[in-house]
Design a protein around this ligand. Structure first.
Ligand SMILES: Cc1cc2nc3c(=O)[nH]c(=O)nc-3n(C[C@H](O)[C@H](O)[C@H](O)COP(=O)(O)OP(=O)(O)OC[C@H]3O[C@@H](n4cnc5c(N)ncnc54)[C@H](O)[C@@H]3O)c2cc1C
Length: 555
């Protein structure tokens, strides 16, 4: 035996499992197709947002949250409807995760070395139904370091365990198959890939320079999702979301290739809820890309107007920051929109300055580098944050103009296949602007803006004072051409509450365990159909910890 446990994947889920196993004295080999530079996987690049419930950070802003409210929100979002089969373990994992997020997660994270900022955002504000999708309150907690602040402490633990001889790294080892003997998974086999000194996030070569086989008492699959393989995303695209776009941006590095899911399935593991995924509608091409087709998600406040490719304002729930998949459905199921892959934000510069944030650790240097003065200067001072300003200046999807005619001309310049009618756009903006004369309104988006400003955290950091978009006093007009951006995989390897992978017959497949995105963040689909955000990193922490602890106890 080469080790007690083989962990496939050095992303957050794999690292957390390694930390638990090595702390319990188990010998671990971490098998990773990328080089040492990529330790931490997607989590390193992430915004770092964490779904936590009823915390001191929330209470400081006057936000009252509870486990019961969070569970109502989670259930309303998940909408599990396969409870006799694919959702059997998913729903139990969902509830266990809410308990974790409302219970020991925060204290445990602090113990591990994660530090929280005072900021609490309001992601996925919902579809307008009390029992439907969405967060009833702000819960998206931001750590110092963004994603690096979450993955960093666990990467450091792995490095320390390696130095102490409890963990071995097998970088550039790509697993191509599980070794199964007598119905039990006893190891992995695959190709050794040529060394590659590409910087973190940049796709590496796939040149094979050797073969390997490793054996252990147990194998943990923590290999992430499918987001970088657009063919796979299209193949899994569910009918309820209409047709997949012909072109999409890629929100994850190339290593998120989904290969391990098919490999696990070929060895008998049940891979369930393949049709559930989480892709964003507010993607913009990165003007300074790290990986091929690199897109960045705009994390919008509620005030930008959202138009489809034909220039028609989206109805609720197609409001910025409210209902990711509800909006995707609106855009992909309308036959009139079939030829087009884009939609538009139209905003004032004042909205951009207050409300636009960009997802990704590299897009938030103030938080990532723990730079308080930069944070105060750029988030609370005048002007957009420097990364947003750079996109306005260099981004291919951005149009800035002093008047509406010039703005529409610029929009038509970058989307000539779908020329917009300036009069139609103007009428809809004027109708919306007219709704701002009252402290109340019949316009669902204006109501959402007023509601957002009732949350102190939002009023302070995220929601612009309501104003007329067409009033030149609010700065130039800004339009952003938005694309679908692939990101997360909500289904995956079905696991029981210990993290043991299950076979097609529902019984544990001896020797195989799974964690993180590869396990659908627990049970093969703990999110159900929708996510509340901040639940992916949390899901990796929770499943990685669970697998590490139960395996350590089982061996
Ligand atoms: C830009 C961005 C922003 C995000 N923001 C947030 C956020 O704010 N909040 C949140 O909760 N989530 C966020 N996420 C999502 C979250 O980061 C991911 O879902 C999570 O990190 C996935 O971790 P993982 O360990 O399951 O998989 P990964 O990080 O994908 O790691 C899997 C590892 O397995 C390796 N691997 C795969 N196949 C093989 C193989 N065959 N052989 C050997 N190795 C293999 C890969 O190379 C990789 O290193 C964001 C993601 C991105 C990209």
């Amino acid at each position: 035996m080469d080790a007690d446990v083989l962990v496939v994947g050095g992303g957050l889920a794999g690292l957390v499992a390694c930390a638990e196993l090595t702390a319990a004295g188990r010998r671990v080999l971490l098998v990773e197709q990328e080089g040492a530079a990529n330790l931490g996987g997607q989590a390193f690049w992430s915004f770092g947002g964490l779904f936590l419930v009823d915390t001191p950070e929330q209470r400081r802003w006057g936000i009252r949250d509870s486990r019961e409210l969070a569970w109502q929100d989670w259930r309303g979002s998940a909408q599990w409807d396969r409870l006799d089969g694919e959702d059997r373990w998913a729903a139990r994992w969902g509830e266990a995760f809410v308990d974790f997020a409302a219970g020991e997660e925060r204290a445990w994270l602090l113990e591990q070395g994660v530090r929280l900022t005072p900021l609490v955002g309001w992601a996925e504000r919902g579809d307008g139904r009390a029992g439907g999708h969405g967060n009833s309150v702000p819960r998206f907690h931001l750590p110092w370091g963004t994603g690096t602040g979450v993955s960093g402490p666990f990467a450091a633990k792995a490095t320390a365990a390696a130095a102490a001889g409890r963990l071995g790294f097998r970088f550039r080892h790509r697993v191509d198959g599980l070794v199964v003997e007598g119905g039990r998974v006893v190891g992995v086999r695959g190709a050794v890939l040529a060394a590659d000194d590409a910087p973190r996030g940049v796709a590496t070569n796939r040149r094979e320079v050797g073969e390997f086989a490793l054996t252990a008492q147990a194998v943990v699959i923590a290999s992430g999702g499918i987001g970088a393989d657009h063919d796979l995303v299209r193949a899994m695209w569910p009918e309820r979301l209409g047709t997949p776009p012909a072109t999409m941006l890629t929100g994850v590095p190339a290593h998120v290739d989904g290969r391990m899911l098919a490999i696990a399935e070929a060895s008998g593991a049940a891979v369930v809820n393949k049709d559930r995924m989480w892709h964003y509608t507010e993607g913009v091409a990165n003007w300074d890309p790290i990986w091929a087709g690199h897109g960045i998600r705009i994390l919008p406040g509620p005030s930008s107007m959202w138009f489809d490719a034909l220039g028609r304002r989206l109805p609720a729930p197609g409001l910025p920051g409210h209902d990711t998949l509800g909006t995707l459905r609106l855009l992909r199921t309308d036959p009139a929109l079939q030829p087009y892959d884009h939609s538009w934000f139209v905003a004032s510069q004042r909205i951009v300055e207050k409300e636009f944030a960009l997802s990704g650790s590299e897009q938030n240097p103030d938080l990532t580098d723990h730079d308080w003065p930069l944070l105060i200067r750029t988030r609370l001072g005048k002007g957009p944050t420097p990364p947003v300003a750079a996109f306005e200046q260099h981004g291919a999807d951005w149009v800035v103009a002093d008047d509406l005619a010039a703005l529409v001309a610029g929009m038509n310049g970058i989307a000539p296949d779908a020329p917009l009618d300036g009069a139609l756009i103007e009428r809809q903006i004027r109708e919306r602007d007219a709704e701002l004369t009252n402290p109340y309104s019949k316009d669902a988006q204006v109501q959402a803006i007023h509601n957002g400003r009732r949350a102190r955290s939002d009023r302070f950091t995220r929601v612009a004072t309501p104003h007329r978009i067409l009033d030149p006093a609010n700065g130039p007009l800004v339009a952003v051409k938005l694309h679908v951006l692939t990101r997360k995989t909500l289904g995956g390897i079905q696991t029981d509450l210990d993290g043991r992978a299950l076979g097609a017959d529902g019984a544990p497949l001896p020797g195989l365990w799974a964690a993180g995105e590869a396990a659908g963040f627990g049970g093969g689909g703990a999110h159900g159909y929708n996510a509340l955000e901040g639940t992916f990193l949390g899901g990796c922490l929770f499943t990685g910890r669970t697998v590490g602890r139960s395996l350590a106890a089982a061996l």
